[in-house]
Design a protein around this ligand. Sequence first.
Ligand code: 6PG
Length: 233
Amino acid sequence: MSLPESRVFAEAGALVTALADAVCAEADRAIEARGVFHLVLAGGSTPIALYRELAVRNAGDVRWKIWFGDERCLPPDHPERNSCMAEAAWLSGSPIPPENRLPIAAERGAEAAAADYTATLAAVPSFDLVLLGMGEDGHTASLFPGHVWSTAPGGPAVLAVHDAPKPPPDRVSLSAARLSDSRSVWFIVSGAGKSEAVTRWRKGEALPVTAIRGRNETLAWLDQSAWGTSVSA
Ligand code: 6PG
């Protein structure tokens, strides 16, 4: 499966502004339709600017439910945790109540945390929006090339991950199937370091990013340096 519909921006600042607008618009639509907005956050460094922009806008309220696509098996207050990154950049100062911010308890170890989050997600319907980053090898969340991604509907919702090529080696990840159980899936890809993987994705190579598609919509949000060629998508 090749690259989904792509929105390419000349530089990262414009990408972040457009993304923040779109996330808020998606929230309004979900809340109008169902009274709640289930949002899955991406990890890594690329989404930090988006989360900071959402903080500036004081985005969120009691109708937002915040989930995580993956987590690193580190202590709960470790700065390299995706949950700590999102709390620091946005959530801790946001109007979203703590009980609506659902981190993966990866400090418990991959298997126990995966079982925990599987139980928690069992009562959660399809997500509204899943945000995902991408690594230079085409990995996303903590689904890495050569590992199990679990794409079959009805398969495991959450996976314990070991020997991850990106540190730390022990992680927890939602499966490709559970990440695809979302109305929209948006990939956020920024920086020249990602352009080779984007080219491979465009050519339809079987990468973890290709295994995840939203029910209604899949979009790739990129800046020019990640897109690697002219601005037009
Ligand atoms: C993680 C992420 C991972 C990340 C990519 C891109 O926990 O590391 O979930 O999938 O999105 O590795 O990372 P950067 O945005 O830092 O390049």
